[in-house]
Design a binder for this molecule. Sequence first.
Ligand SMILES: CNc1ncnc2c1ncn2[C@@H]1O[C@H](/C=C/CNC(=O)c2cc(-c3ccc(F)cc3)cc(O)c2O)[C@@H](O)[C@H]1O
Ligand SMILES: [Mg+2]
Length: 214
Amino acid sequence: TQSTRPQRLLGAVQKNATRGDPRSVVQAIDQFCRQKEWAMNVGDEKGCILDSVVSEVNPATVLELGTYCGYSTVRIASLLPPHAKLITLEFNPDFAAIARQVIAWAGVEDKVHLVEGASGDWIPKMTEQFGVKTFDLVFLDHWKDRYLPDTMLMEECGLLRKGSILLADNVICPGTPDYLEYVRSSLRYESQYFKSHLEYTKVEDGLEKSVFLG
Ligand SMILES: CNc1ncnc2c1ncn2[C@@H]1O[C@H](/C=C/CNC(=O)c2cc(-c3ccc(F)cc3)cc(O)c2O)[C@@H](O)[C@H]1O
Ligand SMILES: [Mg+2]
């Protein structure tokens, strides 16, 4: 039977990356996506912006919406201080299964809790299930029309505190117009656009970093 692209991406990791070395996993995926098959990872260029925001925030609690194959999960986890927790939500069981193996190969499973389920169902359960009061950093990279409703849900559930950072991928391509309008016009956010390119291409894309003002 035919393999899927995530399965081939995992194969490239197991073939080319060193077990326990997150940076080699990131590099192996970027090489696979540049040389073999494009895949919707945040990628190396936007990934450097992600790295700089994670390092600056130095978060104790991180929420990622949309794990896919775990590329950004590994990128973020590799920069977290000891005892920090990254919760990542993925509702496609096939993608979740691949992501678990990518995360394990990188050796960052101790910092990552991959939850197989939908953001809309799990955001309201974060506190009771994981004892998380608020998130220091949220990385949004799931269905683009869900960025805004899930951000409002996080606000309603009290998961954002003064200074919480939202970092959103693809605000230009494919684009998240309603989310962008909201965080840029709301008095409760201070927003900043980091211009970049769509992963592995020359097409413009970027990340929007928004600080929740409480
Ligand atoms: C709605 N709640 C949800 N809860 C949990 N997981 C969810 C989810 N929505 C989606 N997901 C999962 O996130 C992932 C979805 C990501 C959607 N991303 C994109 O569509 C995307 C698409 C592009 C893209 C850009 C240009 C182009 F020509 C083609 C594609 C680039 C990106 O960087 C992207 O992130 C999947 O793994 C999906 O199963
Ligand atoms: Mg993306």
